[in-house]
Write a protein that binds this ligand. Structure first.
Ligand SMILES: C[S@@+](CC[C@H](N)C(=O)[O-])C[C@H]1O[C@@H](n2cnc3c(N)ncnc32)[C@H](O)[C@@H]1O
Length: 581
């Protein structure tokens, strides 16, 4: 009896699986089935039953194949694999690649691409954790040689194994003399995504970058599995003669180049060749083919190109002790890389937009719940968001907010006493405040806000959006005698004097500062502009690059203001230096 030809329905299959413990011998199994469906002697003999049990077990294993997501499973299409292999051939010139290693080979498309591209291969090793892909890879290779009859046949081993358990040390020794190409597409998945899937697909020493528990909490300990596999390859093979080419997320390349400073693997001529991941894999991720040449002096920079056009955009990496997005721009603008004399602040945070933000409509305040507010105007301030910072100067706003505190942690009881209408409004909507999840609000006065201090009430502010990729600064001036607030997507510095704010604005929007920011900002980060970035602008160095006679055509300030601004910077610089001793 061949059960494999019988179509056992899902419901019957489920039934057998859930009653496995009772299907131990012919008698008990047939009794069970008789009771369930009335059929007598469902199985005729022990032999028939044991065949059936084997089939059920096999199907069950298939059903339990892991969710492929946890293996970062994006099989590379053969065209992209061919294009990638071809790129390596183009840089390897006449070198005969003899050894191919694909550490997570999947269905083997990179192995096929390598076979099609390099004609003198002596040995190929592929490793894959998912058994059905191991078979597909083998059959794909068989197909290749059945079609390409005249090709010399190398030794090919496809291991069904976990890359993190594989003995690369021995493989590296065995292949030491062979010109090597490590090529592939390791899983695109991070360890935190894996742990959310409760996966075991992690390197043995998952703390491979020696992250502390604190880093793990802040997210710095989150790493890509593709990164750990890349490092594993570089550790064992980078002193071979040869090449490395992996399809990875851009963030992996950034980390690899960043870590080169301490790892100093003998790789050089690093290239990040952007791919269109949406087109190739139908995923919205910034990804590339990362290429390096082995057995060279350790390179600390990487050129940023495009795999399709091969056009170079810029070079990023280390310039002395600074890790920068554009080496060329940094070299030209690094004179202002220092410590800002003004403290850049993030705007207001309340996590309660529906209640705390409102608009003025025909003289009525309407909040995010579409309710009208009747409150005193004293605590009401105009509020700007990132999207409002398009122009060079502004004092108009769409939104308003209630500024409940003058500094962080200030008691808010005074509102009940001094502003009863405002209190009533806040109190009536207190459930929205109570719902705020962030732990920063716990144990704090009612209606607390963050990102508030004397600096918030400075009349003149120079602000920038942290959400956009542009680095344009806006001068925000008061409206109706009140300073305008920024929300927490923005950063700003504040001034009492308008003239100082104008000078700061001019300096910040100057092309030299813009070039410096372009050099140090990695635009692929979620928040491109950060406080850390802004705090690197040394205003004094910047100021010294200009002369009053040069700036007077651009901003209407008197020479006294210009000079006073310089003195202020000197004082702030001295004060900062004093605190160092
Ligand atoms: C992004 S896919 C790429 C497959 C193949 N390299 C290609 O380019 O078509 C990643 C592959 O890694 C395999 N994989 C995931 N974790 C692995 C591990 N720990 N050891 C070996 N292979 C693994 C997955 O099953 C999957 O086939």
């Amino acid at each position: 009896m061949d059960f494999s030809t019988i179509d056992i329905s899902a419901i019957s299959f489920e039934y057998f699986i859930s009653n496995q413990s009772q299907i131990t011998d012919l008698q008990s199994c047939n009794d069970l089935l008789r009771e369930k469906c009335g059929v007598k002697s469902f199985f005729e003999d022990e032999k028939q039953l044991s065949r059936f049990i084997a089939l059920i077990a096999e199907r069950n294993n298939k059903a339990e194949e892991p969710d492929r997501r946890e293996y970062g499973d994006f099989q590379t299409n053969i065209n992209l694999a061919l294009k990638s292999a071809d790129y390596i051939k183009s840089i390897s010139k006449d070198e005969n690649i003899a050894f191919i290693l694909e550490p997570t080979c999947g269905k083997g498309h990179f192995i096929i691409a390598a076979l099609a591209t390099f004609t003198d291969i002596k040995r190929i090793v592929g490793i894959e954790i998912y058994q059905p892909y191991v078979w597909e890879a083998k059959f794909n290779i068989l197909d290749f040689f059945l079609i390409n009859k005249n090709r010399s046949v190398p030794l090919i081993e496809i291991f069904h194994a976990n890359v993190f358990d594989f003995d690369f040390e021995s493989l590296s020794k065995e292949t030491r003399s062979l010109s090597t190409c490590i090529i592939g597409n390791p899983p695109w998945v991070t360890n935190s995504e894996l742990s959310s899937l409760a996966s075991k697909n992690l390197p043995q020493k998952s703390n491979f970058k020696k992250h502390t528990g604190f880093d793990a909490l802040t997210g710095k300990g989150n790493f890509d599995i593709g990164e750990s596999i890349s490092l594993l390859m570089l550790k064992h093979f980078s002193s071979h003669q040869g090449y490395f080419g992996f399809l990875v997320k851009n963030s992996v390349v950034k980390n690899l180049v960043y870590d080169q400073k301490k790892n100093l693997y003998p790789i050089n001529k690093l290239k990040k060749l952007a791919i269109d991941a949406k087109k190739e894999f139908n995923v919205s991720v910034d990804a590339c083919f990362f290429v390096a040449e082995f057995n060279l002096q350790a390179g600390l920079t990487c050129s940023d190109n495009d795999l399709y056009s091969l056009q170079e955009k810029q070079i990023f990496g280390w310039v002395n002790n600074k890790f920068v997005n554009s080496v060329l721009d940094y070299k030209q603008a690094k004179d202002i890389d220092g410590k800002s004399q003004f403290v850049w602040r993030q705007g207001l945070k309340h996590d309660c937009a529906k209640v705390m933000e409102f608009e003025r409509n025909n003289g009525h305040y309407i909040n995010g719940l579409n309710h009208e507010l009747h409150i005193e105007s004293d605590l009401v301030y105009g509020l700007l968001k990132s999207s409002d910072l398009k122009h060079t100067q502004t004092n108009t706003y769409r939104k308003l907010t209630i500024v409940t505190q003058k500094k962080i942690g200030q008691e808010t009881n005074y509102i009940k006493r001094d502003y009863p209408l405002t209190f009533e409004y806040l109190n009536n909507n207190s459930e929205y405040f109570d719902r705020r999840k962030s732990s920063i609000y716990q144990g704090k006065p009612r209606f607390s806000i963050f990102g508030i201090g004397d600096y918030s009430f400075m009349p003149y502010k120079i602000a920038i959006s942290g959400m956009y990729k542009t680095t344009h600064f806006t001068l925000v001036t008061p409206a109706n005698g009140k300073p305008i607030m920024l929300d927490d997507t923005c950063y700003f510095i504040g001034f009492e004097k308008e003239k100082y704010a104008k000078i700061a604005l001019y300096l910040l929007n100057h092309k030299h500062t813009q070039q410096f920011l372009k050099a140090i900002i990695f635009t692929d980060s979620k928040r491109a502009v950060t406080k850390d970035i802004l705090m690197r602008i040394d205003f004094l160095m910047l100021y010294k690059l200009f002369d009053y006679t040069l700036i007077t055509n651009n901003i209407a300030v008197e020479i006294e203001d210009w000079e006073d601004f310089g003195k202020l910077l000197e004082q702030k610089t001295d004060a900062k230096q004093m605190t160092l001793f």
